[in-house]
Design a protein around this ligand. Structure first.
Ligand code: COA
Length: 219
């Protein structure tokens, strides 16, 4: 069984550890965090080591690394740590939840594909992307690096997704368009045209009906 460590002790790292410990494909031997965020010595009875010193304790020739960092700064932090860990010699590991359906083979390294996600046929996926539960990427879509797809994102076919984008819960992306670098797509959006680099997209907000009580409405 391959030995591995997890970068991150926040909820993302905790969720991945929870899955990995039961699946028994990897022996998880510890966690790493940047020294300024180290607030404990152990997590789930495993050592928490400063990333700066990780290679002294977890030899990169022996241990692979899962990077469990979210979308802060448009995924830039995850990208930075991914590159630093590679420079230290670590293999950056990918995780596919057993319930994910992955029908494409052209997928890079360090991608995390959570429960119920679907990657359709003839897709191409780069490195360091995160697919939170039930993300659906249809056929022939090309995704570059360090994007974050949150719950129930629906990405149609033949789309190009560049780098460092964020897709909020339940957004829908029309087929055949391009999502340019660092696009932020809010929860519940329908994106029908190619986006602008660093653009922020939000849908109309729900309104509260004034002078109405839920008890006035017959369901
Ligand atoms: C897009 C998003 C990031 C915006 O963040 P937010 O904190 O809710 O921001 P606000 O609703 O305060 O809106 C930000 C600005 O956009 C404006 N705005 C929001 N919706 C708008 C709309 N429909 N039309 C016009 N302006 C709008 C607000 O007025 C505000 O402007 P201001 O700063 O000048 O006041 C947020 O709505 C979102 O979708 N987050 C992702 C949630 C998610 O999917 N999480 C997954 C976790 S796994």
């Amino acid at each position: 069984m391959k030995k591995a460590i997890i970068f991150g002790t926040e909820q993302f790292g905790e969720i991945l550890y929870h899955y990995l410990k039961d699946e028994k494909k990897y022996e998880i031997c510890g966690f790493v965090v940047d020294s300024k965020y180290k607030d404990k010595d152990t997590f789930y009875n495993l050592p928490v080591v400063e990333f700066e010193k990780a290679h002294e304790i977890f030899n990169p020739d022996v241990y692979g690394m899962f990077i469990c960092l979210g979308y802060a700064q448009m995924n830039k932090i995850r990208e930075l740590k991914f590159k630093e860990a590679k420079d230290k010699g670590y293999e950056i590991l990918s995780y596919y939840h057993p319930s994910a359906i992955v029908l494409s083979e052209n997928i890079g390294e360090g991608n995390i594909i959570m429960e119920g996600s679907v990657i359709g046929p003839f897709c191409e996926i780069g490195d360091g992307n995160v697919f939170w539960p039930k993300s659906h990427i249809a056929h022939h879509t090309k995704i570059q690096n360090f994007n974050f797809f949150t719950i129930s994102v629906a990405v149609a076919g033949n789309i190009i997704i560049r780098n460092n984008c964020f897709f909020g819960n339940n957004c829908t992306i029309k087929n055949g368009i391009e999502i340019r670098d660092k696009t932020l797509i809010g929860a519940g959006c329908y994106i029908s045209k190619s986006t602008e680099e660093e653009g922020v997209y939000v849908p109309q907000r729900s309104i509260k009906l004034e002078n109405k009580s839920s008890l006035d409405i017959s369901l």
